[in-house]
Design a protein around this ligand. Structure first.
Ligand SMILES: [Zn+2]
Ligand SMILES: [Zn+2]
Length: 312
């Protein structure tokens, strides 16, 4: 997996599902932002050594949020490097096995919502490695960077911003590909888009988070999903998304899940999902058709169709 430099102080490592960022200039202190799905540890270590030299070890691992595709390899890496993992304190219940995230909603609308049925909504238990990000916005290990509270997609979601280079690591507060269309998923054309819909449980703060990121007017953006973008398109795209923020259908369309520092405290009822019924009906039809085919093959030559349904 290649490491691509976005700015002199930020490189992106692309994995199959989510992006990982190596933050800091070669020769200086650095930190890892997000860790991909489980099993990416060796590849991330290789990428870090490629960029920072043999034996490279970060100051810290920083998580934008705790979803499986961002926190999956955090514990392996933290143990290997013997470093802390920082996340917002409101992510703690989901990263220590105390609470599940609000359930995904395959009825939220768009292509990825449909596909989300095949994605896990579990996450990892980071135990004692997990530390709370310090109040106030300082980022451990990264001078010049600030974290910004951007909830809505996850209860304690944060984005990281460095003003000097005007670079934003947005996590899933917004992403740079259109997961709502099948073409967008396949082509991955860079476009600033709403957070992944089926895993977003509270859409008012999700919109306010995009407004906050738009006010930062970044020149470079790297998100959890999609290609990094730079130039005027970044600020324009964020402003457009903040102004015209697509709302979902489904479970969380009118009422969010509620959460606090202990985890999920309230869930609206699930939206009715016709797919399992359709699939079950299709499955039954396929079984019935299969039975007819099997039995008709067993039928003796010249036997009547009615005789075919009676096993020999
Ligand atoms: Zn996420
Ligand atoms: Zn994600």
């Amino acid at each position: 997996m290649p490491v691509e430099e976005m700015t002199p102080g930020v490189a992106r490592l692309r994995t199959l599902i989510a992006n990982i960022y190596l933050v800091g200039s070669p020769g200086g202190p650095w930190a890892l932002v997000d860790t991909g799905t489980p099993g990416n540890g060796p590849r991330i270590r290789d990428a870090a050594e490629q960029r920072f030299g043999r034996g490279a070890r970060p100051e810290a691992i920083l998580l934008t949020h705790g979803h499986w595709d961002h926190a999956g390899s955090a514990l392996d890496l933290a143990a290997y490097w013997d470093v802390p993992i920082y996340a917002h304190r409101l992510e703690r219940p989901y990263l220590t096995g105390k609470s599940a995230y609000p359930p995904k909603d395959p009825m939220a609308g768009g292509a990825f919502s449909f596909l989300s049925r095949f994605f896990p909504s579990t996450t990892v238990d980071l135990g004692e490695r997990l530390c709370d990000l310090p109040e106030g916005g300082d980022v451990p290990g990264l001078a010049g960077w600030r974290w910004h509270f951007t909830p809505g997609h996850a209860p304690g979601h944060v984005a990281f911003f460095q003003r000097e280079d005007s670079v934003l690591l947005a996590g899933d507060a917004c992403i740079t590909m259109d997961l709502d269309s099948a073409m967008g998923i396949v082509a991955q054309e860079p476009v600033i888009s709403r957070p992944p819909a089926p895993f977003t449980y509270d859409w008012d703060p999700a919109q306010r988070s995009v407004e906050l990121l738009a006010e930062l007017r970044p020149m470079v953006i790297g998100a959890g999903h999609g290609e990094p973008m730079s130039g005027r398109a970044v600020a324009v795209g964020l402003a457009d998304l903040a102004r015209d923020f697509p709302r979902p259908r489904g479970r969380y369309a009118t009422e969010p899940a509620r959460t606090d520092e202990t985890g999920v405290t309230f869930l609206p009822p699930p939206a009715s999902d016709p797919l399992p019924k359709i699939a079950a009906t299709a499955g039954l039809a396929a079984v019935a058709l299969g039975a007819v085919v099997v039995l008709s093959k067993k039928q003796k030559p010249g036997a009547s169709p009615a005789a075919g349904v009676t096993p020999d």
